[in-house]
Ligand binder design. Structure first.
Ligand code: IVH
Length: 683
């Protein structure tokens, strides 16, 4: 549950985490562009996935999600075999508020924006924020004809076959006078009971259960086989409309919801119309209290200005309307008992206190351990063995001890003290600038050696099959190895003589070790275990320097100048190569024939080379002229009309016949955000 990556991310300060996000986003965008637009990736899929996962965790940890973040897009851009679905009116997202203060700020911004035209009290529609996926249903003359996912807002996937299996979605509107066109927008989700039942059925069939209702809903919606979806029982609540022709739904959002309900569409019974900010804040609290008794998961409350004419005056930003905000509840806290605190020694000697807990269910996952980050955190929490603690899954993934429940017994219990010596080797611990305590005997500490060798052979590094936890322990214990380079000097006889080993496994291990010499240089860089340097940084470094020797020569300034490498990382890299022991180890690895060289490339400046674009509609921030200029500067061509040769149509608001033509010819349609992404990052 809590991997070293989780530990590492939790140990970062908010500022560090944000800086990493700012470095990772452009890096991932660039890799994704190379992969998709050029078909020439420069990192492995695995390295990409790892960097992506890291970004997800960082975003969950900080709540800081850049608008150009690939996490907002991947999986959203249609990639499946499902046919495309173009939204006549873009499906927007919502801005988030993580505190009451931000909700207050939202209301203030409405006053500021409308100035004299603001009403004394705003009327709001306040609705539970269902944790599912958005879906658009198209009713033509009262009949459900099509349904599509949101996708990137303009272009989603056609999931009509799945929508038809949702029992609460009517196939025909309940009216004698059906409108010519009604696009209904809402959320597809799993009720908790349906989710539990489905997972029970899956487990009975020996299938992997879904992690949570939201993942399950996403997986089900993109099913190709409607029979599978029908068995799973999705739910749907309508919360908005798209294009409407031939019916008057009212002048307020709440009237629209009532009208949709009258037409037979399911609308959340917990939606309320409330006057003024105070009432909204009270509703947030009361819904939060009821939250765990609801038949489905909600992750927040959506607050919308109710009056549609006021909505229109406020207008929208590029991705989200100004007239609405989503308040997000903090993740749930669950009490459990602290059995003890253990102290783990990491690869770089960092000591991480870990809470060993009575196993407890938190948000559908069993938690029995949680990181306590560092000494400062331990002190802040004032933990004592036997205390009842509140655990939460930060960002709903990483378990975290929030605080101690100060019961009567707490005072009597003995506080947990952070050790002064390494629990593995007894060497004194050193505190650097940060709160991190480190073992001062990197070369002799068995825990550090163990972690370093494990890391060396891990999948992200040199991927030595069979070099597991137990074996590394055995090899170190028998004195067969002391450092990674010793692996290459292992002999068949000595390995085969080990307990539980045998000739065959020994041969396999030696073959795996020999194969690791073929790994590309960026993997070797990862394997070295330089502090702060993971897969994506290693790839960037090798791209810039082309090999380990030039990297060794690089000054901290040169290193820091590399895109995605900060001052702290540069200093860590420099310190690593200044350490004579590491220089020795490098020489040994080189002697054993590991790859020390790769190929340096210069960054491409023409990411759209050879592609032709057609622009249509109003682009939210760029405008047509600017977009054209940027496309051309990036090597692309901008054409006036759509043909089969067009590579992309960039569609903005009120896109016209060119969009229809693109759909007809099957030319991919992208929005401005996607264009910016392909241009190489943020606006
Ligand atoms: S309104 C322009 N209402 O939250 C307004 N969204 O974070 C767009 N969601 O994409 C959305 N419950 O999938 C709205 N009552 C509700 C909602 C809701 C859940 C989801 C929806 C949207 C996402 C934005």
């Amino acid at each position: 549950m809590s991997t070293p990556l989780h530990h590492e991310i939790l140990a970062l300060s908010d500022e560090q985490a944000r800086a990493q996000i700012d470095a990772l986003v452009p890096e991932l965008l660039e890799h994704s562009r190379r992969y998709h637009a050029e078909g020439t990736p420069t990192i492995t899929d695995q390295a990409y996935d790892e960097a992506f996962h890291r970004l997800e965790l960082l975003e969950q940890r900080t709540g800081y999600v850049r608008p150009d973040s690939p996490t907002l897009r991947v999986g959203a851009d249609p990639v499946s075999e499902l046919p495309p679905f173009v939204h006549a009116k873009p499906m927007l997202s919502l801005r988030n508020a993580f505190s009451e203060g931000e909700v207050v700020e939202f209301e203030t911004s409405l006053h500021r924006f409308l100035a004299d035209e603001a009403p004394p009290l705003f009327r709001f529609s306040v609705e539970p924020k269902l944790d599912g996926l958005s879906l658009e249903l198209v009713y033509e003359r009262g009949l459900l004809t099509r349904a599509g996912t949101r996708g990137n807002g303009t272009l989603g996937e056609d999931v009509t076959h799945i929508a038809r299996t949702i029992r609460s979605v009517p196939a025909r509107l309940r009216t004698d006078d059906p409108p010519a066109l009604l696009e209904v927008r809402g959320e597809v989700f799993f009720a908790l009971q349906a989710f539990t039942d489905m997972n029970a059925r899956r487990e009975a069939r020996g299938e992997e259960p879904f992690k949570n209702p939201r993942n399950a809903a996403a997986g089900t919606l993109r099913q190709l086989d409607p029979a599978v979806a029908a068995e799973r029982r999705l739910s749907f609540y309508a919360y908005d409309v798209g294009v409407v022709e031939g019916i008057e739904l009212g002048a307020r959002h709440s009237e629209r919801l009532a009208a949709l309900s009258a037409l037979g569409l399911p609308v959340d019974p917990e939606a309320r119309t409330l006057e003024g900010l105070e009432a909204v804040l009270r509703r947030i609290v009361s819904l939060g209290e009821q939250r765990h008794r609801l038949p489905h998961e909600i992750d927040g409350v959506v607050i919308k200005v109710d009056d549609l004419s006021v909505q229109r005056s406020l207008g929208s930003l590029s991705r989200a309307p100004r007239w609405a905000i989503a308040y997000k509840y903090p993740p749930p806290e669950v009490p459990t008992v602290l059995r003890e605190v253990s102290f783990q020694v990491g690869r770089t000697g960092a000591i991480t206190p870990v809470a060993e807990l009575e196993p407890v269910q938190v948000g559908g996952v069993t938690v029995s351990r949680a990181t306590l980050h560092n000494a400062d955190e331990l002190r802040r929490l004032d933990l004592r063995t036997g205390d009842t603690v509140l655990v939460r899954r930060a960002g709903d993934v990483i378990p975290k001890v929030e605080r101690v429940v100060l019961d009567e017994g707490h005072e009597e219990r003995v506080p947990i003290v952070f050790p002064e010596h390494c629990p593995a080797c007894g060497a004194p611990l050193a505190r650097e600038d940060s709160a991190v305590a480190r073992c001062t005997a990197p070369l002799s500490c068995p825990a550090q050696r163990h972690a370093a060798i494990r890391h060396f052979g891990s999948r992200a590094a040199l991927d030595i099959d069979g070099l597991g936890e137990k074996l590394v322990e055995q090899l170190l214990g028998e004195g067969l190895i002391r450092r990674p380079s010793d692996l290459y000097a292992l002999k068949l006889e000595e390995l085969a003589a080990l307990d539980r080993m045998g000739q065959r496994s020994a041969e396999n291990l030696l073959a795996a070790i020999a194969r690791s010499k073929e790994q590309p240089v960026e993997r070797v860089v990862v394997a070295l275990g330089i502090r702060e340097v993971g897969e994506s940084t290693a790839a960037v470094l090798m791209e810039r320097f082309g090999g380990i020797d030039p990297l060794l020569q690089a000054s901290a300034e040169e290193l820091a100048a590399v895109h995605g490498v900060g001052d702290k990382m540069a200093a860590a890299i420099r310190a690593f190569f200044d350490d004579p022991h590491q220089v020795d180890e490098l020489a040994r690895l080189r002697g054993h024939g590991l790859r020390f060289e790769g190929t340096a490339r210069s960054a491409t400046v023409t990411p759209l080379e050879g592609l032709s674009f057609v622009l249509t509609g109003t682009l939210p921030t760029l405008g047509r002229a600017e977009a054209k200029k940027r496309i051309q500067a990036a090597g692309g061509a901008v054409k006036g009309s759509v043909s089969k040769k067009t590579d992309f149509v960039v569609a903005g608001d009120d896109a016209g016949s060119k969009l229809d033509r693109a759909v007809e010819l099957g030319v991919p349609v992208i929005d401005e955000a996607e264009l910016l992404r392909r241009l190489g990052g943020s606006p």
